[in-house]
Design a protein around this ligand. Structure first.
Ligand SMILES: [Zn+2]
Length: 80
């Protein structure tokens, strides 16, 4: 027989609220990061490029710089 006490209900509600809060902030962060173009980055201790706007980890700084160079090359090719 399943008996749910008031304290169990309370802890379940609390757990639900915490999960909702975590999911909500994760979704908010995801939307912010997907809208952001990550144009301005800084380098962290692990030599990763971190976006100044949204705080997203864009991977190794060298790889990111290579990508930016490629983008710039494509742009200059278009204008010629
Ligand atoms: Zn960004």
């Amino acid at each position: 027989m399943l008996v749910i006490t008031l304290s169990e209900v309370f802890s379940l509600v609390l757990l639900g609220l915490v999960l909702l809060f975590i999911a909500g902030s994760a979704i908010k962060e995801y939307i912010t990061q997907s809208r952001c173009k990550h144009e301005d980055v800084r380098e962290n201790m692990a030599c990763h490029a971190i976006c100044r706007e949204c705080g997203k980890d864009l991977g190794f700084i060298g790889t990111w710089r290579e990508k930016q160079k490629e983008k710039a090359d494509v742009k200059s090719d278009d204008s010629v």
